[in-house]
Design a protein around this ligand. Structure first.
Ligand code: BGC
Length: 770
């Protein structure tokens, strides 16, 4: 191999490459100096082995075997400098690689962790950090250097097909949860690539979509989470998104990738593109998009020629290269780490099982029917998802996991008897429905990459329900949804459809006529219309997509072995049309449209070529609380088996840091944890502001009945600032602010006034709306 490179070098350059320095963390500049233009170009472009994961033109090296099968990409290697390939694999719900190894029949699965939305719903940065540590150890032990995640775009609208990978409609939640998982993953000596930077808030036409958004809204909402995360965690890499912002591709935006990200926020590391084919290579290099991924031969050629004819600046290329090599020297591959291919999946399963209930949200619990008392043991399970839970979503965010514990298994493990007649009916129906779904998928059936169409519930007569009510002590109805990369959800996916209404209503009526209760499990990756579910249920548990231990985690909550302590990180509206962005959001654009409709036509379609963020700051609770508009469930909402009292709220100020404290008491009968939110209302100033905005949050440990804990929540003067476009600055007005210690955006428990000093943090006049 070395000899081939050597000969290639002579051919390409006409002279012999004699340099023999080997890369270390101390000689990066010297190595760059020694590199030929061709070598530089190779390193600046990602390396795809043979047939690429994405089917894009590749950069084939017949001598190289894939290091990790199914990984999304790699960096190039140069033997003469001792630069190895490094490996990027997808996340964010686990390590997304193939379970196969070349020449080995054994399967190497990765843990299926709960989706990002569930992790955020824990509001528990310590717990998310622990999950990150386990996750990072799988990254390392499977020979991966960087996990392509976490996903941290804001949930602008419930229909975004990738919301399940994301954290919240609020940038403070997104930023702090992202930082927690990143610190956990990176503590293993591997890296992350938080994505997709920035404003990639819809899947419809994601590679050509132009986001039209004001500087203020961009700074306060869509960039804020990334800003918090970068300042706290310095991820090894960041992934620039596919879309345009105000007419410029983010991957080609020096304003975004250099001025804001590096100059203003202090990001020191490598930026990689989301997986794109050739774009404007020259602009990408100039912008500070260090690595072009997944990489192809055309890009290498363009950089080589550009560097030779001067149209690409050598200084820019060297700067980018330096950041790539600074990354390389940190990686396990560079350090020669001998990965085991054998992470402790058993231990991780335990962590997953215990973590998931902390992010599950109890939405309803009439008469405290949950946790189930020890005598109700015979359960009738309705809804095809009861028999086949969704552990996560599809697309790059999927994971090849060893198993998913379904609800039947989970409940049986917990000692319940599951109605076998229904089990038989659903298993037959599922085979038939799966076939139907496959036939709808057409030629794409073999790919698990694409989201499957929604499977309708079986139409069953009233007697099926009344007989089941006769045979069993209670009913569980699961409503499921799965979505994934490349497609947005349609209105139908948000709504409860006729087949589901039929099932909910018939179950409720049959069981209630016998004085028996109905529990609804929502096994979803995003917001749905919960009103019909409220009408036909006694209890509702929003279980999200909880990872591979799904059925066990849900059973733990139902029995009270675990107490649900999740709270919503997004508003659940009464109607989709109540959300201001809905009128500027595509309705159910799918990967099929992307493949079969001509790009020119797509670009002309509403909210696809261009999406106007006309709602401004009116996103989520900022809108609903300010407008006083009713919702199904407010941001921050989540019940517990116990109840909590707040007292003694205080704020102290020292050196521009505000330390807020509040005592939380478990005033109920069960053990439980409480997530406390701190919203702040600003004094009236020049800018219009939401009535209050979240600035900090914290979660108690598990409190026993009667036990109290003093929580400490901190924020800074800068956190209070709003972005003033006239001054191009984050401005904190002087005056009296009100801190609101709350159980949800709609449940303020204590108010404390405090004074803030004026502050102005100057920014650059960039990313302007044209
Ligand atoms: C997705 C990214 C992913 C990358 C590599 C892209 O299509 O948007 O989230 O990390 O592919 O698989």
């Amino acid at each position: 191999m070395k000899r081939k490179l050597f000969l290639l070098g002579i051919l390409l350059n006409g002279y012999t490459l004699t340099a023999q320095i080997k890369l270390t963390s101390k000689n990066i500049d010297a190595v760059i100096k020694e590199m030929t233009i061709e070598e530089k170009a190779n390193m600046l472009v990602g390396y795809s082995f043979g047939k690429s994961y994405w089917g894009l033109p590749t950069n084939p090296d017949p001598n190289a075997g894939a290091i990790v099968l199914g990984a999304a990409g790699n960096t190039a290697k140069i033997d003469r400098f001792g630069i190895p390939h490094t490996v990027f694999a997808d996340g964010p719900a686990g390590v997304h690689i193939s379970e196969e190894r070349l020449g080995d029949s054994k399967k190497y699965y990765c843990s299926g962790f709960p989706i990002g939305t569930l992790l955020a719903s824990t509001w528990d940065t310590d717990l998310v950090h622990q999950v990150g540590i386990a996750f990072g150890s799988e990254v390392k032990e499977y020979g991966v250097d960087v996990i392509l995640g976490p996903g941290m775009n804001l949930m602008r609208n419930p229909l975004c097909g990738r919301n399940f990978e994301y954290y919240s409609e609020d940038p403070f939640v997104s930023g702090f949860i992202a930082a927690a998982i990143i610190d956990g993953i990176q503590s293993n000596g591997v890296g992350v690539s938080p994505k997709h930077f920035a404003a990639n808030n819809q899947e419809g036409n994601r590679t050509f979509n132009n986001v039209v958004v004001s500087q203020r809204v961009l700074r306060e909402l869509y960039l804020k989470g990334f800003e918090i995360m970068v300042k706290k965690s310095q991820p090894w890499t960041i992934m620039s998104s596919y879309n345009f912002i105000n007419g410029v591709y983010t991957q080609e935006s020096k304003d975004l990738l250099t001025t804001v990200l590096r100059d203003e926020w202090g990001f020191k590391n490598m930026v990689i593109t989301d997986w794109t084919n050739t774009r404007n290579t020259k602009a990408q290099v100039a912008a500070g998009n260090d690595l072009l991924a997944p990489g192809n031969a055309e890009q290498i050629k363009q950089i080589t020629e550009g560097l030779k004819n001067g149209s690409i600046s050598m200084a820019d290329a060297d700067r980018n290269l330096k950041r790539i090599l600074e990354y390389v020297v940190k990686t396990p591959h560079f350090k020669g780490y001998e990965f085991s291919n054998n992470p402790d999946l058993k231990a991780h399963a335990e962590i997953i099982r215990k973590a998931a209930p902390d992010g599950m949200v109890l939405l309803k619990n009439d008469n405290g029917i949950l946790p189930l008392n020890g005598t109700a043991k015979k359960a009738a399970l309705f809804g095809h998802t009861s028999y086949h839970l969704y552990a996560g979503g599809s697309g790059s965010g999927d994971v090849n996991k060893p198993y998913v514990v379904d609800l039947v298994e989970g409940l049986k493990n917990a000692g319940f008897a599951i109605d076998e007649i229904l089990t038989g009916v659903y298993s037959k129906y599922r085979d038939y429905a799966a076939q139907e779904a496959e036939s709808e998928m057409g030629t794409f059936t073999s790919s698990s990459y694409f989201p499957r169409p929604r499977i309708k519930e079986p139409q069953m007569g009233v007697f099926t329900y009344t007989n089941a009510a006769e045979r069993n002590e209670f009913a569980i109805v699961t409503v499921g949804r799965s979505s994934g990369e490349g497609s947005d959800r349609a209105f139908e996916d948000f709504n409860i459809n006729d087949d589901e209404m039929d099932m909910l209503k018939k179950t409720y009526e049959a069981f209630h006529s016998k004085g028996k209760k109905v529990i609804v499990i929502l096994n979803v990756g995003g917001v749905i219309d919960s009103s019909p579910v409220q009408q036909y249920s006694d209890a509702i548990l929003l279980a999200w997509q909880p990872g591979m231990e799904a059925g066990n985690s849900i059973a733990d909550v139902l029995t009270g072995k675990s107490s649900p302590s999740g709270k919503l990180t997004m508003t659940w509206p009464e109607k989709l049309s109540d959300i201001p962005s809905t009128k500027n959001f595509p309705n159910g654009f799918t990967w099929r449209d992307e493949i079969f409709v001509k790009q020119d036509e797509i670009n002309k379609m509403p909210h696809l070529g261009e999406t106007k963020y006309e709602e401004g700051l009116n996103v989520g609770y900022r809108y609903f609380q300010t407008a006083g508009k009713k919702v199904s469930y407010p941001f921050g909402f989540g019940m517990s088996y116990t109840k909590f009292e707040y007292s003694d709220a205080k704020i102290q100020i020292k050196n521009g840091i505000y330390t807020a404290t509040v005592t939380v008491k478990n005033a109920g009968k069960y053990n439980g944890k409480e997530a406390v939110q701190l919203y702040v209302s600003a004094p009236k100033g020049k800018l219009d502001k939401p009535v209050y905005e979240l600035k900090a949050f914290a979660k108690t440990k598990e409190l026993k009945a009667g036990e109290s804990q003093k929580l400490v929540l901190t924020f800074t003067n800068y956190d209070l600032a709003s972005y003033d476009e006239n001054q191009q600055a984050f401005v904190t007005d002087a005056g009296v602010y009100t801190a609101r210690f709350a159980a949800s955006a709609d449940d303020i428990r204590q108010n404390v006034e405090f004074k803030a000093k004026a502050q102005k943090v100057q920014c650059q006049d960039v990313l302007k709306m044209k």
